[in-house]
Ligand binder design. Structure first.
Ligand code: GLO
Ligand code: MG
Length: 365
């Protein structure tokens, strides 16, 4: 095995989208799942992330055997193309029975629907060929605090995780925290909350986290520190790299598009901690701009992947000994100047890094 990690990349079919937003309809025509799968290898991707109904469309209206048949077909379609299913996530936010939440709905019949649907997602995952279940807890939260008992809600989420772990002893549950949207406040807003749940579950070794850049930013936290926290617990199962321009709706911008230095630090923490050496994917959860044409509606994926690889070159070429010397001397101005010059690709004096004035600058007398 080579010394350097060879990163594998993944995304979900929803990342090739038609451009609808809350204020306007689709602006591009849809591709079928099989057409989307054809894009993966040419774009440099090997892993496919799924919602249960990305695998089996309309699964609520199908019998078990029909669901399994379609899941098997998709498994074959993946293998034919040399692709790996990374995970399956139950989509618990679209059905009318999840209007008030899934596991935390105030209505017992609707909570049961959410659990049954999650079990179906496990069956789909196993049939398509992955033991990994992602829980993005979209509507597990509240619009107003008085509407739900938050303590009971946490218990219900834990009960749901335990039910899945007990239903199939080989699955892994990866919790993807997000602080808001669609809810005003979500019950599992950060990786700290997700890992607390993991440790409380019936099998902590099988519960870990998936961190999305934009979600950490929306929580007012630093994505690379969030990743480091999960890595310190050996519980970073996957990532959703993207970007986010401040506190607004979840933008899912291309990786590095809003904050290149933050993107560098995410790559740095992943690379330096050995993430990916056990086959963990670099997942991208990025959205094409609504203004993109049909023909260029996958550019955000190849751009994000390429940007990761450029930043990886930067991380690998950074002078770690110099970094250590500057840390020992507590000269963080020099460390910052070194980092900025590295990112800009401009030379700096290694004995005393500083940002030099460009030769082209107008010199005032
Ligand atoms: C939304 C989430 C969403 C999940 C996906 C997989 O904000 O990022 O895209 O990643 O549903 O569970
Ligand atoms: Mg995501």
């Amino acid at each position: 095995m080579s010394e350097l990690t060879e990163y594998r990349f993944s995304f979900g079919p929803w990342n090739i989208s038609e451009g609808a937003d809350p204020f306007g309809p689709e602006v591009r025509s849809p591709y079928s799942l099989e057409e989307k799968l054809d894009w993966y290898r040419p774009l440099g991707f090997e892993g496919v992330q799924f919602h249960d109904d990305d695998v089996v469309e309309g699964l609520n209206d199908l019998e078990h055997l029909q669901i399994m048949k379609r899941a098997r077909e998709v498994g074959h379609a993946l293998r034919d193309r040399g692709l790996t299913p990374e995970f399956v996530a139950p989509r618990l936010w679209f059905d009318p029975r999840t209007i008030d939440g899934g596991y935390t709905s105030n209505d017992a019949a609707q909570r049961k629907y959410a659990l049954d649907r999650s079990i179906k997602a496990v069956d789909v995952a196993r049939e398509v060929g992955t033991p990994n279940i992602v829980l993005w807890l979209a509507r597990e939260g509240s619009y107003i605090r008085e509407s739900k008992d938050a303590k009971t809600a946490y218990q219900r989420i834990l009960d749901a995780v335990n039910l899945l772990l007990e239903y199939d002893e080989e699955i892994q549950v990866w919790i993807e925290p997000k602080p808001n949207e669609p809810m005003d406040h979500a019950y599992v807003p950060t990786i700290g909350h997700a890992l607390a749940l993991a440790y409380q579950s019936v099998d902590p070794a099988r519960v870990s986290g998936l961190i999305e850049t934009a979600h950490a930013v929306l929580a007012g936290l630093d994505p690379s520190d969030e990743m480091a926290f999960a890595l310190a617990h050996d519980k970073l199962a996957s990532v959703h790299l993207n970007d986010q321009n401040g506190l607004k709706f979840d933008q899912d911008k291309s990786f590095g598009a809003a904050n290149l230095r933050s993107a560098y630090n995410q790559v740095r923490v992943l690379e330096r901690s050995g993430y990916g050496r056990r086959g963990e994917f670099i997942g991208l959860d990025v959205k094409a701009m609504r203004t993109q044409s049909q023909e260029s509606s996958t550019a955000h994926l190849s751009n994000s992947r390429a940007l990761f690889l450029h930043l990886l070159d930067k991380v690998r070429s950074a002078d770690q000994q110099l970094e250590q010397e500057l840390i020992a001397a507590r000269d963080y101005e020099a460390l910052e100047a070194y980092t900025l010059c590295l990112l800009l690709g401009v030379p700096t004096d290694a004995s005393s890094p500083r940002v030099e004035t460009p030769a082209t600058a107008v010199q005032h007398a």
